[in-house]
Design a protein around this ligand. Structure first.
Ligand SMILES: [Zn+2]
Length: 319
């Protein structure tokens, strides 16, 4: 088995209006993929550095240029995204897993594949080495920057914000991680990590996709929980919409242990949504927080209904 450690640089739109919105909101367009192949002894056996000519965000954003030193002219002779992905796929080979520093690169890769209509099914399983470093080595409840990890490990840092250098930097850190043993119960660790980062008592990821957000919120599974305190069943209700993809709800278990839940429901790109639920003990503070949010939500809903009624009245009056 090989470890493919990769990092990417991406350009961004100059304004929110200029952002690609379909089939995904494209926060960044990949312009460089740097990757390192490690054998099981974690020795570098190959590297790859792909420059990609952007299709959507053709002019380099000043802030990205400043960070990466990549200028618009540097991308002229780059490969198309489809060509680069073929080369990347070849580099990955058959018997590999993907490793990144943090969760952003995988998300960005998925979004870019989707925008270009390229399947992501061929991608091997991916692991977040930042999470493993944070939990196993630094033992911190936050996301350590790569540079910070390298300083901590007394490793020499190659100039960052270059995809290949960052992949090589990550490969250095990788040597300190207890792979592949850590991969074995990775999902469990991932949940633990999420609890540590968010301060939640429990985190639940929906296994199946729901048809849309409404269907997700009607779902029994998302709204029922097993009390982390006593193991009894509990139920959430009073779901209110907050913003973007966030919802709040409250509930109690059979033994009256109270909880507040934060729900995150992913964007619907026409192929369904998935949901994540974070459960927090319902302290007095949280209860007040929830009630204040609920009040605001109810007022908004009331205004909205009144607005609709007024519109209907107007329409009826119109000749
Ligand atoms: Zn309970």
């Amino acid at each position: 088995m090989h470890y493919i450690i990769f990092d990417m640089e991406w350009n961004q739109a100059f304004s929110a209006e200029k952002m690609v919105k379909h089939p995904v909101v494209l926060r960044g367009e990949i312009i460089q993929i740097g990757a390192v192949k490690l054998n099981e002894q974690k020795e570098v056996t190959d590297t790859c550095n792909l420059i990609i000519k952007p299709k959507f965000y053709k002019k380099m954003h000043w802030s990205v240029s400043k960070l990466t030193h990549i200028k618009t002219a540097d991308l002229k002779n780059g490969s198309s995204f489809a060509e680069a992905i073929l080369m990347f796929q070849k580099f990955i080979g058959d018997d590999s897993v993907l490793c990144t520093w943090g969760p952003d690169d995988m998300g960005m890769l998925w979004d870019n594949l989707r925008v270009h209509g390229i399947s992501a099914e061929w991608l091997p399983k991916s692991y977040d080495l930042q999470m493993i470093y944070d939990m196993e080595i630094a033992k911190i409840n936050r996301q350590a920057a790569l540079e910070e990890a390298m300083e901590f490990l007394n490793e020499e840092i190659l100039p960052s914000h270059d995809a290949l250098n960052d992949a090589l930097n990550t490969a250095r850190v990788c040597r300190y991680l207890n792979l592949p043993e850590v991969f074995e119960n990775y999902e469990q660790r991932e949940k633990e990590y999420e609890c540590r980062l968010t301060g939640a008592d429990e985190v639940y990821h929906s296994e199946q996709k729901y048809e849309n957000r409404d269907k997700a919120l009607e779902n029994e599974e998302l709204l029922s929980f097993i009390c982390p305190k006593c193991g009894e069943k509990g139920k959430l209700s009073g779901v209110i919409y907050q913003n973007e993809n966030k919802y709040l709800a409250v509930g109690t278990c059979a033994n009256k242990h109270g909880y507040m839940a934060r729900l995150r429901i992913s964007k619907d790109h026409g192929d369904g949504v998935y949901a994540v639920r974070y459960l927090y003990e319902l302290t007095e503070e949280r209860n007040e927080y929830y009630l204040a949010k609920k009040k605001r939500y109810d007022e908004k809903q009331k205004k909205f209904t009144e607005h609709l009624l007024a519109l209907k009245k107007q329409q009826r009056k119109a000749p």
